[in-house]
Design a protein around this ligand. Structure first.
Ligand code: YH5
Length: 283
């Protein structure tokens, strides 16, 4: 199946070239960038910078999903996310996704200008399927084994690629049954969510099988510990080159979106990929 892009409101995003989604953490305890962007104007400035560097989507997230992180109340998540979404939507020409599992948070975010629902729980919270159908916006369905707090305790699979593929198909089927349009579904293997380093690299190696499910695929391994396992680099913010490598591999296996901290460096690598694929089209 060939999906040309996604639409939300008046916006269209083409998948003819790989799309960079820039990560905007609005958590006070985000461990990868120290939660530097909690303050609304700092967050806005970072979004503007990622847009300049080549991001086509800004992913705003107010829930820390780091293993062992404390739960964030819905009010707290709203307070973190909504002002930032509103400001970006008013001022920047960019699509906005919101990294949330809560139907009321995405509803409010969409009222304030958000375009895409990025749900690490793949619409499994109560009311989520119905809300996705009602909002009629693109939704990212991610695989996770277990729950954020405990998912890295003892991840286990007999065939990780098959299990992740079956899960994503089942969630896409559930979404469609609830009234979500097929064109609005994006899938994501969920690197690092209840997976050992070996599981993660097996998924990366077989990413084309998941692309074969027939939905656009997002790869999100930016700065994650699987890269530390491969390189020995302990500090997450030092995993820039390994992140770029992992995302480039993903795109070469058919991913159409990459979720990254380091937009400029990712753009530089994808420019090379794009020059190569463009050479197939033009003389
Ligand atoms: C994802 O995979 N992940 S939040 C651990 C790290 C670095 C980064 C240092 N939201 C995903 O970004 N949404 C998050 O190690 C996501 N897919 C989608 N769709 C975790 C994160 C991170 C975790």
């Amino acid at each position: 199946m060939c999906v040309s892009g996604i639409s939300s409101g008046k916006r269209f995003l083409s998948f003819e070239r790989p799309v960079i989604m820039g990560i905007l953490n609005v958590t006070p305890d985000s461990f990868s960038d120290g939660g530097l962007w909690r303050d609304c104007s700092k967050a806005y400035d970072h979004a503007a910078r990622m847009l300049e560097e080549g991001a086509r989507i800004i992913d705003v997230g107010g829930e820390s999903t780091r293993p062992g992180a404390s739960d964030v109340s819905e009010d707290e998540e709203m307070d973190r996310v909504i002002p930032v979404v509103e400001r970006i939507a008013k001022k920047l020409d960019v699509m906005i996704s919101v990294d949330t599992s809560r139907p009321d948070v995405i509803t409010k975010a969409v009222e304030n200008g958000a375009h895409i629902w990025n749900d690490i729980r793949a619409l499994r919270l109560e009311g989520a399927l119905e809300t996705a159908a009602r909002l009629d916006i693109p939704v990212i369905l991610m695989h996770m084994q277990g729950k954020p707090r405990t998912m890295q305790v003892a991840p286990h699979y007999s065939d990780v690629v098959k299990e992740v593929g079956d899960f994503l198909t089942a969630r896409a089927d559930a979404a469609i049954a609830a009234g979500v349009r097929r064109e609005n579904i994006i899938v994501d293997p969920g690197f690092g969510f209840g997976k050992s380093a070996r599981d993660n690299f097996r998924l990366l190696d077989h990413l084309q099988d998941l692309v074969g499910l027939g939905y656009p695929l997002l790869s999100a391994l930016s700065r994650k510990s699987m890269l530390g396992a491969a390189t020995g680099i302990q500090k997450a913010s030092d995993r820039v080159i390994s992140s770029v490598a992992g995302h480039l591999i993903s795109v070469m296996k058919g991913a159409v979106m990459v979720r990254v901290h380091d937009v400029a460096q990712t753009k530089e690598a994808l420019d090379v990929y794009n020059a190569m694929t463009d050479s197939r089209r033009r003389a």
